[in-house]
Design a protein around this ligand. Structure first.
Ligand SMILES: Nc1ncnc2c1ncn2[C@@H]1O[C@H](COP(=O)(O)OP(=O)(O)OP(=O)(O)O)[C@@H](O)[C@H]1O
Ligand SMILES: [Mg+2]
Length: 252
């Protein structure tokens, strides 16, 4: 079973977009996929048409309650083969509520370890580093880092590389690694091209060949609670997200 997390501490770098659409693509190939939302914004669930605001139980409940199995919070999405473990704003309480628990960093991994029915588990992550991230890093093995090509993009990359190294050593997880760095929201400007070049020289072996250009259909699809293939399969955005999903598949 593959476990792939989409992580970048910078907000708006397309973590949710890539997690949801990659999950939908893999499910479309006939795989059984679980998408775990570990962001209090709950946008993975929202992107698939769930009204997450009042949802219980969620990923927060299974992480806090020893008696609740992960299956209690997992819901089938409208896409065949794609299940979701949703989040909502309650998850923001996790760092405080779990502070006294000695296994607080392992709560998510422990619950997911009992699941055997999936071909892959994908994780959407919140935009700030902390206890939720540590839980994701201990539950995953592969990491995809989406990078919005803006001036501060490289700052976020340096942070995540450092965090991963710390977690790998502190928790003895030698297999935890960045498999791909993906440039997102690309527009053909001099600054974007410069940042792209710097990223490529920073991650020569791990830079995705696919550069996700700006395409409004991607945004629209999310606002309709649909994957890009349901909403606009013919669009440039769909082709780009498919190309990226294929790169991720090839890295298995
Ligand atoms: N290629 C694209 N073209 C146009 N809009 C896009 C594209 N990719 C993502 N978006 C839009 O950009 C916004 C930010 O994307 P997304 O929510 O995936 O980022 P995020 O990293 O998950 O943000 P956060 O850190 O807040 O969780 C969303 O409204 C999304 O629909
Ligand atoms: Mg998000």
């Amino acid at each position: 079973m593959r476990r792939i997390a989409f992580i970048n501490e910078k907000g708006g770098s397309c973590k949710t977009t890539l997690a949801v659409n990659t999950a939908a693509y893999l499910a479309g190939l006939g795989q059984r996929i679980l998408l775990v939302d570990v962001d209090p914004q709950g946008q993975s669930g929202k992107s698939l048409g769930f009204y997450v605001r009042d949802l219980r139980p969620t990923v927060f409940d299974i992480m806090m309650d020893d008696t609740l199995p992960a299956s209690a919070a997992i819901r089938a999405s409208h896409i065949e083969g794609l299940d979701v473990l949703p989040a909502n704003k309650h998850l923001a309480d996790f760092p405080t509520d779990a502070a006294a628990l000695t296994d607080r960093e392992h709560r998510l991994a422990a619950k997911l370890d009992t699941l055997t029915e999936y071909d892959a588990i994908l994780f959407d992550s919140p935009p700030s580093l902390g206890l939720l991230h540590t839980n994701i890093l201990l539950a995953t093995e592969e990491i995809v880092v989406p990078v919005n090509l803006t001036y501060f993009a490289l700052d976020g990359c340096a942070e995540i590389v450092e965090t991963i190294e710390t977690v790998r050593e502190r928790f003895n997880k030698p297999r935890l690694e960045i498999i791909l760095v993906v440039a997102t929201l690309y527009r053909p400007t001099k600054l974007a091209d410069e940042i792209l070049l710097r990223l490529q020289s920073h991650f020569p072996d791990r830079m995705a060949k696919t550069v996700i250009g700006y395409n409004v259909k991607i945004d629209e699809a999310q606002s309709h609670g649909k994957s890009i293939w349901e909403y606009a399969a013919w669009s440039r955005g769909a082709h780009l997200l498919e190309s990226l999903a294929k790169e991720i598949i090839q890295l298995a």
